[in-house]
Write a protein that binds this ligand. Sequence first.
Ligand code: NAD
Length: 301
Amino acid sequence: MTITSTSAAVIDGKAFAEGLRARVAAIAASFEQASGRTAGLAVVLVGEDPASQVYVRNKGKQTLEAGMASFEHKLPADTAEADVLALVQQLNADPAVDGILVQLPLPAHIDEDKVIATIAPDKDVDGFHVINAGRLAVGQAGYVPCTPLGCLMLLKDRLGDLSGLDAVVIGRSNIVGKPMAQLLLAESCTVTVAHSRTKNLPDVVRRADIVVAAVGRPEMVKGSWIKPGATVIDVGINRISTPEGKTRLVGDVDYVEAAHVAGAITPVPGGVGPMTIAVLLRNTVVAAHRNAGIALAEGAI
Ligand code: NAD
C-alpha cells in the first residue's frame, strides 16, 4: 500500500494506566481507613523464567506504589505440584490476602488447570478460574482477565458507547481472545472471533469498527485489512530482530501501515502492555472491598 501521512490517533495506554493506578491508590487508601487493614496481593512464581521474573518484580513494585501489601512467594522450578497447591490453599485462607496470582507458565510437571482451580474464585484477580469465566459468560460480577479488561477500558475511553459496533477479535485464547469477545458482547457489539482456521481473515477484519489482535505473530495484520476509521487494539508483544542486529518489540498489527487507515490505534510498546498490571491492581482493590463486605460504588474504578 502507498503510505502518505499518519491519520490515526495514538491510544496512550501508558498514560491511561498511570491514571488508573492513581485511582486505585486513592481507593486503596480509603479502603484502609474503612477496614483498618491494607488490601493485599499475593504472587506465586515457580521457577526462574526470566520474563516471568520481570513481570513478578513489576507487579510487586506497582502493588506497593499503590499503597497495597505485596506477598511474593518464589519457589524453585522443581517444587512438587502438591506443594504449590498447599501454598495456594494457605493463601486462600489468609485474611491479609485479597488477590492471588500464580504466574504462568508453570513448569511442565505442574498442572496449570489444577492450580488455577485451587485458587478461591473470590481471590482469583486474574479471572482465570472457570467460575469467573462462567460469571463473565452469564453477566455476573466476578473477576475478568486483566489484559482484555484493560483493552475494554481503552476502547470505552476512546469510543464511549460501543453498542452496535462490529468488533473482530483475532485470537481465541482463554486469557485474551475469549474473554475479550465476551466483554465486547456484553457491551452490545456484534462480535466475530477469528482464529488460526478462519477463512479470508483480511475480509473478516475489513468489516470491523473495532479490531482486537491477540495472536502472537509479528505485524500480521496489514493496513489494507483495516476499515478506514476503525479502532485498532494491538495486544501482541513480539520481539523481532532488526537489520542492525538488535531486537525490538512489535505488535500483531503492522503499525506503520495501519496508522494511516485506522481512526485510532494502540502502539507497541506503550499501548495495551501497561494496562495489564494496572487492571490487576484494580481487581485486587475491588476484591478487598468484596472480601471485607465494604461497598464500592459502581463505576468508581
Ligand atoms: P495464544 O498463543 O494463547 O493464542 C493465540 C491465538 O491466535 C490462538 O487462539 C490462535 O487461534 C490465533 N492464531 C494463531 N495464528 C493465527 C493466524 N494465522 N490467524 C488468525 N489467528 C491466529 O496467545 P495469547 O496468550 O492470547 O497472546 C496473544 C499475544 O498477546 C501474544 O503476542 C502475547 O505475548 C500477547 N499478550 C500480551 C499481553 C499484555 O499486553 N499484557 C497479555 C497477554 C498476551
